[in-house]
Design a protein around this ligand. Structure first.
Ligand code: HEM
Length: 179
């Protein structure tokens, strides 16, 4: 059964990698190439989200909860999967609601920043998955060099979560006032 998860994870990873490339193309290049990247982006993002939901559901169905939650490495893998899902969900919403306007003016830089952050999150999710399956890469070593010990649970302090929430509420308020 674990082959199910191994197979399904290729969908979010592939679609999100493609979406990162398309957002970079749409933000950085002028003309026809950027137009094509913008036009095809929403379906790729939706397929990425569907793939991620399938990968997450398969992760919970294939291995027992107790086993998943007992290992700090698996906890980090699950945590990063949910952060990646959340961020790509926001990017999908922005492209869906914003349409062609999503890339206008300075908005393109915000989208590019979010896409690069999303790229980092799914890369960490994937590399921790590979580590769990017995195939660690140099990327795991890089995460450790940056100060994240992958064998202990990553956590954000409560004050940092509170600050993020406040920032999110302030940004939504600002956006509503400008709309
Ligand atoms: C967006 C969601 C996810 C992605 C992209 C992802 C990605 C991966 C990848 C790339 C691997 C390595 C597969 C291989 O080497 O062939 C893996 C393994 C694994 N994943 Fe995930 N994963 C996700 C969600 C989850 C969730 C939610 C769970 C648990 C509830 C989970 C549990 C595991 C476990 C236990 C392994 C090790 C498998 C083994 O030892 O054979 N994953 N994952």
């Amino acid at each position: 059964m674990s082959g199910m998860h191994h197979m399904l994870v290729h969908f979010p990873l592939g679609f999100w990698a493609l979406a990162t490339l398309m957002i970079a193309t749409a933000a950085l290049f002028p003309g026809r190439l950027a137009e094509i990247a913008r036009a095809g982006l929403l379906p790729v993002l939706i397929l990425g989200l569907l793939g991620a939901v399938a990968a997450i559901v398969s992760g919970f169905l294939v291995w027992p909860w107790q086993a998943n939650l007992h290992s700090p490495l698996t906890r980090n893998h699950i945590l990063m999967a949910f952060w990646a899902l959340g961020l790509w969900g926001v990017i999908t919403l922005l492209i869906w609601r914003g349409g062609a306007e999503a890339f206008s003016g300075a908005r393109r830089w915000a989208l590019l920043f979010l896409a690069l952050l999303g790229g980092l999150l799914f890369a960490i999710t994937g590399t921790l998955g590979g580590h769990l399956a017995g195939a660690p890469t140099a990327f795991s070593a890089l995460i450790r060099l940056l100060g994240w010990e992958i064998y202990t649970t990553f956590y954000a302090p409560l004050w940092a979560l509170g600050l993020m929430l406040l920032l999110a509420v302030a940004l939504v308020g600002l956006a509503r006032r400008r709309a």
